[in-house]
Write a protein that binds this ligand. Structure first.
Ligand code: PLP
Length: 407
């Protein structure tokens, strides 16, 4: 008898996450055949030899015996207090532990926060390029992504006038990623103030993905959004994965700020969705207070001489020396998003190029079109490998581009 295949959710057809997609699968196949690849597709510090700071590891080890029970759905009190205190120190009014939600990474909280917000057909303003989970979670929670452009010609900063022109009666939220993945842009205060004004005028929930909040280069300063939003509803996301190099612990958080009368129902919705999934990974939660109250361990990596600084320098120098590449230097986060000169390389296609680079040069990158942009001449690399590896990668990229130019 013929039975149909197991059905899947129709809207999954609209969802892509190529950072771990087809190219990554092909890379594993090649590795299984014995090929040694340089994989620059994931911003995963631990995979490049970084360790979480020792005082965070100790905090987990010391509390492991207390980690057996579920915690409250919003997280351990000590973790929530430390997160609230961080936001109070930034000038966020009413940042109390009750307003904090700890999750299994920011990833889980992106999904929960959109699920708590959206009804079918509601719109979310997202950056293009975006971090593709934001698009995926919008779509899978019955929403519609509406993209505002962050173009290289404008330093990858958004244009507030364009954002405002995209607001409709269905727009529910404005999402910002600052410092930005994949572009490395860091948003200045005056720009953030304009975006806050748009949210105020149109009653939008501000969603600030600030998971790279401590990773900035060359004197760029991080400006958190919530202190500027004052009484406006705002969710600010942070976590242990990047600044504290502990991706695998799966700990992230969100702080809900704004007028209690406006955020009360949404708070309950988040709390209910949190309760349905019981709680976040408990051992990792014990590291949060240590991370936020202990010594700064990231600046030594991002300052001149630091490993991230030097790798970023190597990317910038390699692109400057290239016959084919242009780069807006990343000011923050863990990525660079170079552009390929399409005058010199007619017919260039980012995806085809990524396949070729993997098959012929043993390098895995992410095509720019994976980040929901309407063009196909960028790619993303992570800044996490050592500077020498970065230089080797760009030698291979240049070789592949030169072959392309000869065709
Ligand atoms: N947001 C951004 C912009 C990211 O780049 C990432 C991971 O790369 C996440 C959220 C998810 O982080 P996690 O779930 O590890 O906290």
């Amino acid at each position: 008898m013929n039975h149909p295949p197991v059905p899947t959710r129709a809207r999954l057809g609209e969802v892509r996450y190529e950072i771990r997609g087809e190219l990554a699968r092909r890379a594993r196949e090649l590795e299984a055949q014995g090929r040694r690849l340089i994989k620059l597709n994931i911003g995963n510090p631990g995979a490049f030899g970084f360790r979480a700071p020792e005082h965070l590891q100790r905090a987990i080890a010391e509390h492991l015996a207390e980690s057996d029970p579920y915690t409250h759905q919003q997280g351990l009190p000590a973790a929530r207090e430390a997160i609230a205190a961080q936001h109070r120190a930034r000038g966020v009014h009413g940042a109390t532990p009750e307003r904090v939600f700890v999750g299994n990474g920011v990833s889980e909280l992106i999904d929960l926060s959109l699920r708590a917000l959206l009804n079918p057909g509601d719109e979310v303003l997202l950056p293009s390029p975006d971090y593709p989970l934001w698009s995926a979670a919008t779509i899978l929670n019955d929403g519609r992504p509406v993209y505002y452009r962050c173009e290289a010609g404008n330093g990858f900063l958004p244009d507030p006038d364009e954002i405002e022109s995209l607001v409709s009666s269905r727009t529910r939220a404005l999402v910002l990623i600052n410092p930005n993945n994949p572009t490395g842009a860091s948003y200045p205060r005056a720009l953030l103030e304009r975006l806050v004004a748009i949210a105020a005028k149109h009653d939008l929930l501000l969603m600030a993905d600030e998971i790279y909040d401590g990773i900035l280069y060359d004197g760029a300063a991080f400006q958190p959004l919530a202190p500027l939003a004052d009484d406006l509803p705002c969710l600010s996301f942070g976590g242990l994965s990047k600044v504290h190099r502990a991706c695998g612990w799966r700990v992230g958080w969100a702080l809900l700020s704004g007028d209690p009368l406006r955020i009360g129902e949404y708070h309950h919705a988040l709390d209910l969705l949190g309760a349905l999934r019981l709680c976040a990974n408990v051992p990792g939660q014990f590291a949060v207070a240590a991370a936020l109250t202990g010594p700064d361990t990231i600046t030594a990596l991002t300052a001149p001489g630091g490993r991230l600084y030097e790798s970023r320098r190597a990317v910038i120098d390699s692109c400057a020396a290239s016959d084919f590449l242009a780069l807006v230097p990343p000011q923050g986060a863990l990525y660079a998003f170079p552009a390929v000169d399409t005058e010199a390389l007619r017919g260039f296609d980012d995806h085809r190029f990524a396949v070729e680079l993997l098959e012929e040069e043993d390098v895995l990158i992410v095509p720019g079109s994976s980040f929901n942009v309407p063009y196909r001449h960028h790619f993303r690399v992570t800044l996490l490998p050592e500077a020498d590896t970065v230089r080797e990668v760009f030698r291979r990229i240049e070789r592949a581009l030169a072959r392309h130019a000869e065709r």
